[in-house]
Design a protein around this ligand. Structure first.
Ligand SMILES: [Cu+2]
Length: 505
């Protein structure tokens, strides 16, 4: 769907104005502070009373050496906490979070997505809003444009389908698939449309003897607020458009502050911040370190031993926690040092069984391939701004609100290197995400960085009043892709642009 700019801006105003008839809105429960926190009607949920759930791994049907899957976007129901009624969700295959896909390097995956979501969720989605068709984006993937979930490539309601083809030629890493409806991403991801996609490379991971099987655990961290009826609260009021939605309950894999029994062993956690706008600072209550072995784009060169780890929306961290030295009965809380009260604790590990651990954290993980800066030819500046247009607050890149009818903001050439400077004069952080590529962080506020310390990234936080420079290598794919802030309310309110990769002249 291509909307002329004026029409798009009108739609934005309508969207902002339409907040009062958004599904599941509970106006009595809304906070109007400036932090974007939506206050639950149900407070004081007891932490650590429900066990961590692990999203099921979907089994592929294999056709001609391509792992093929079929998924259906549909309404489902989930118990997020012992003391909450069931919550209605929108999920891939009707579950929250969606099923995990395990893919293998150099082996393609095809996923046919079917849209059986309700066209009129609560009778209010009419007119232009009803035409916001869901697109599925595999975050972090190097794919052809028609499989990237561009907002123009939405899947029709009423059983429409689209096939996404993922070649999996890139470095192994944890990716995630999620809804990418323009103007509705925040609401639809919050309703549950997100899942993990683990791309493995047996030739590297087996040699490292990393914890595996039941000791490799996905942790999708999200925040939600609940109405008295147990439903997710979501409203686009000025504070949430300003700061992004923040819930006052922390969930892991769809469960409010779960507990997880562990043995005295090493565990590998594939952590994803799947929240709309909340940034976590992870730490262990035991004072033990988090050993980070990977980032968005795969394994680091060497493990990093961290007292705490910051994770912005859509960032992933591959971490090892060593429980070997803890006495039986120990309880270790995974904390959020950025939080307070109900948002200070994420989950708890309970040491319940003594075993002998033979694995060790490898000293070296994989060789680092530094992009050579001297080859970089093009430098582009992107200024991130908060603006008011026609009375509505929106977020822009280089003065432009996203509109797929706009000319691309950048036109790199295949196989070229570019410096992209993100300049953030606002008082909010913006986790900037580029589709298609993994990049390297080379400079922050004029200070050169050691890119290997950051690892391969597809999302980088640009702090308030800061400037971050990344080095990007555009590969073989040509065509139009988006880049945007991954604070989903900022994204929905237009902090998104396109780049068009051109063939060699
Ligand atoms: Cu932002």
């Amino acid at each position: 769907m291509r909307l002329p700019r004026r029409k798009f801006l009108r739609q934005l105003v309508t969207f902002a104005g339409a907040a009062l008839c958004l599904p599941r809105l509970r106006t009595f429960a809304q906070s109007h502070g400036h932090d974007g926190i939506t206050t639950s009607a149900i407070t004081g949920l007891a932490p650590f009373v429900d066990a961590l759930r692990i999203p099921p791994v979907l089994k592929p049907k294999t056709v001609k050496k391509v792992d093929t899957y079929a998924m259906t976007m549909q309404v489902g129901s989930v118990k997020c906490h012992r003391d909450l009624p069931a919550t209605e969700i929108w999920g891939y295959n009707g579950i929250f979070p969606g099923p995990t896909i395990v893919a293998h390097k150099k082996r393609a995956v095809s996923i046919v997505q079917t849209n059986n979501l309700p066209m009129s969720h609560d009778g209010h989605e009419t007119g232009e809003m009803a035409h916001m068709l869901p697109a599925v984006h595999l975050h972090g993937a190097e794919v052809a444009p028609d499989s990237d979930g561009h907002p123009n490539d939405g899947i029709p309601f009423g059983g429409g389908t689209r096939e996404y083809l993922y070649p999996n030629q890139q470095r192994a890493c944890a990716l995630w698939y999620h809804d990418h409806t323009h103007g509705k991403t925040g609401e639809r991801v919050l309703k549950g449309l997100a899942g993990l996609y683990l791309l493995r490379d047996a030739s590297i991971e087996a040699k490292l003897k990393l914890p595996s099987g039941a000791r490799e655990v996905p942790l999708i961290i999200q925040d939600r607020s609940f109405g008295l009826d147990g439903q997710f609260l979501y409203a686009l009021n000025p504070p949430t458009v300003e700061a992004g939605f923040q819930g006052d309950n922390l969930l892991v894999n769809g469960v409010v502050q779960p507990f997880m029994p562990v043995e005295t062993a090493l565990y590998r956690f594939r952590v994803l911040n799947g929240s709309n706008s909340r940034t976590y600072k992870l730490a262990l209550s035991s004072g033990d370190p988090l050993i980070q072995i990977g980032t968005d784009g795969g394994l680091l060169q060497r493990p990093k031993t961290l007292v705490s780890l910051d994770l912005a929306p859509s960032e992933r961290a591959d971490i090892i926690i060593d429980f070997t030295k803890l006495p039986l009965g120990s309880q270790v809380v995974l904390q959020n040092l950025n939080g307070a009260g109900s948002t200070a604790a994420i989950m708890r590990f309970d040491v319940t069984k003594r075993v002998k651990e033979t694995r060790k954290v490898p000293a070296f993980l994989q060789p680092w391939e530094e992009l050579a800066e001297s080859e970089s030819v093009i430098v582009r500046d992107f200024t991130l701004a908060r603006q008011t247009i026609d009375g509505a607050l929106i977020w822009t890149i280089n003065g432009k609100a996203y509109d797929s009818a706009n000319a691309p903001l950048a036109s790199p050439v295949v196989d070229s290197l570019e410096h992209w400077n993100f300049i953030n004069p606002t008082n909010h952080p913006h986790p900037m995400h580029l589709h298609l590529v993994q990049f390297q962080v080379v400079n922050i506020n004029g200070v050169p960085q050691e890119p290997s310390e950051f690892g391969w990234k597809d999302t980088v936080v640009v702090p308030p009043a800061s400037e971050v420079t990344i080095l990007v290598k555009f590969g073989k794919y040509t065509g139009r892709y988006v880049f945007h802030c991954h604070n989903l309310e900022h994204e929905d309110f237009a902090m998104m642009g396109e780049f068009q990769v051109l063939p060699k002249p």
